[in-house]
Ligand binder design. Structure first.
Ligand SMILES: Nc1ncnc2c1ncn2[C@@H]1O[C@H](COP(=O)(O)OP(=O)(O)O)[C@@H](O)[C@H]1O
Ligand SMILES: [Mg+2]
Ligand SMILES: [Zn+2]
Length: 528
């Protein structure tokens, strides 16, 4: 029997099984009960929060033999066929592949007929924001004079791309992100029914990595189970997150160093074949480059959090670059992180990001040649990009210790500072690796029996969370009482985003295209 992805296996089949969307569920059930069914719904929200799920359950509730009912029976032929996606009267259309006007005209023709069997003819149009203007116009006519027994259900992650004329004619259902607690509970329950033993830390990291999306959390859980088996720990999750496939990433790093664009596309093609999630892959790649930076910066190898067998691959990859090259590549990749996260076509976004990184050494060579007035070298890769010019002054070849700025945060609380200091020392001695991560905390605060640690990046936060039990033990020793460790994430981008939001050019389509596909930053807008 083939393995079924957890997200698919645990797709809710009735409203009561949907988590985190109480308002939406209540509105829909009230409408069914009050016989006030709209002829068009729009489900909006980020990836994996239940848009398609809600549309399918609603379709069943409306068409069920025992319906319309506030909960489908899931037993009649109609319910079963809708679940399997083979009901002739309930059609699911992926707008990403169905954007043309002709298709919508065809759809318009079908809608003129009575449903074949069910109470309603239902069209679930997924990724609706991908429809063309022509398609929307054709749909608009249908929405203005809805044929009887026809119901449209649109689902989109980008409601701002749906024309206003459409929005004003549909019933909007906004699905929210799932809270951390709700996600934890879901992950815990699924582990339970799968007979998987997962410790508290493992569940917490998986839920937090879901970032509000049930689907993302579950696909990470899939990966961790594949790695750790029936019993999973926080350390397993941290390992899967940070270090999966060191060899694969070492190969990518090599291709970047050589500027081998074809090779990069090939490698990503293989990743896609093996069903990898590109968002995760990109994050893992970032962690890998972070490790390369640590190695190139001659950090203590205990800082790396890698399995010993992965060390050689990491060392070899690190030797292909100089420290400042790594810094600049990591920066380039980091800048695209957000783009990749939000892209519709994540694979394409990852491809572009990596090709950009692979182009960079040669761009750099041109820069250097211009600066020194010499001729541009024609050889590729590392040979040209080896920084011989003293221009490297901007980035010193030895990394700055990350811990320095923390001094100030601690001085604000002199009483607690002394003890936190001794706790830090204790950790540093007992577990130097975790000590390193703690050192990267943006702030460390003691609040009675709690130790609050705030981090800027989720990688470090996860590593600390993965070691929470050890840390709590050490803390208890140092403070002489039971301590609980709280890890928080504080995204640094809030201020930056506010600044971006105030720029008038922000909505300009050309500017957006540059940002999206080329990773450009809007620095300043000027009148000509
Ligand atoms: N609100 C939710 N409650 C329970 N599971 C959910 C929820 N949202 C998403 N899921 C899980 O994620 C998977 C994908 O959900 P889906 O409804 O297709 O998300 P999307 O919002 O992207 O359409 C489902 O099969 C299910 O396992
Ligand atoms: Mg969907
Ligand atoms: Zn039924």
């Amino acid at each position: 029997m083939s393995y079924q992805a957890l997200a698919r296996k645990y797709r809710p089949q009735s409203f009561s099984d949907v988590i985190g969307q109480d308002t939406v569920v209540r509105t829909l059930q009230n409408a069914i009960e009050g016989n006030r069914i709209h002829h068009a719904y729009l489900f909006a929200g980020v990836r994996g929060v239940g848009k398609t799920t809600a549309a399918r359950i609603l379709a069943k509730a409306l068409n069920c033999v025992k319906g319309p009912t506030i909960e489908p029976c899931n037993e009649c032929t109609i319910c079963r066929e809708i679940t399997e996606g083979i009901d002739l009267d309930v059609r699911e259309i992926d707008a990403a592949t169905y954007t043309g006007v002709d298709n919508i005209r065809e759809l318009r023709d079908i809608t003129q007929f009575q449903p074949a069997r069910d109470r309603n003819r239902i069209f679930i149009i997924d990724e609706a924001h991908m429809l063309s203007t022509g398609a929307w116009n054709a749909l608009l006519k249908l929405l203005e004079e809805p044929p009887p027994h026809v119901i449209f259900m649109f689902a989109t992650t980008e409601i701002n791309k749906v024309p206003q004329t459409i929005i004003s004619r549909v019933q909007k259902e906004m699905l929210r992100k799932i809270t951390l607690d709700e996600l934890k509970e879901r992950v815990r329950r699924i582990c339970e029914s799968e007979g998987i033993e997962a410790d508290r830390g493992a569940i917490e990291i998986i839920a937090r990595r879901g970032e509000g999306s049930v689907r993302d959390a579950l696909s990470l859980l899939d990966q961790v189970i594949a790695f750790g088996g029936r019993s999973i720990t926080a350390a397993d999750v941290a390992t899967v997150l940070g270090l999966s496939d060191s060899t694969f990433f070492a190969r990518i790093a090599g291709l970047i160093a050589e500027g081998d664009h074809g090779g990069i596309l090939e490698a990503l093609d293989e990743a896609s074949e093996s069903g990898r999630d590109f968002k995760m892959l990109y994050r893992d790649l970032l962690s890998f480059f972070r490790n390369l930076l640590l190695v190139a910066g001659r950090a203590n190898e205990s800082m790396l959090a890698v399995a010993p067998e992965d060390l050689p691959a990491i060392r070899t990859a690190a030797e292909m670059f100089s420290y400042s090259e790594l810094l600049r590549i990591a920066n380039l990749l980091l800048r695209d992180d957000e783009t990749v996260n939000r892209a519709e076509h994540q694979r394409l976004a990852v491809e572009i990001a990596l090709l950009k990184a692979a182009t960079f050494p040669r761009l750099r060579a041109v820069e250097e040649a211009l600066a020194s007035g010499s001729e541009v070298s024609r050889s590729r890769g590392r040979a040209v990009s080896e920084p011989k010019a003293p221009q490297a002054a901007t980035h010193s070849e030895t990394p700055q210790p990350r811990n320095r700025e923390n001094a100030s945060t601690q001085q604000r609380e002199p009483a607690a500072a002394a003890t936190i200091e001794s706790f830090m020392e204790r950790v540093q001695k007992a577990r130097p690796l975790i000590g390193g991560y703690l050192g990267a905390a943006k702030s460390r605060r003691r609040d009675g029996g709690r130790l609050l640690l705030t981090f800027n990046d989720s990688f470090t936060a996860d590593q600390v969370l993965g070691a929470r039990e050890t840390l709590e033990q050490l803390a208890a020793e140092v403070f002489g009482e039971t301590m609980s460790i709280d890890v928080q994430l504080d995204a640094p981008s809030a201020a930056a985003q506010a600044a971006k939001a105030s720029s008038p050019l922000r909505d300009d389509p050309v500017v957006q295209a540059f940002q999206k596909h080329l990773g450009a930053d809007l620095v300043e807008s000027r009148k000509r």
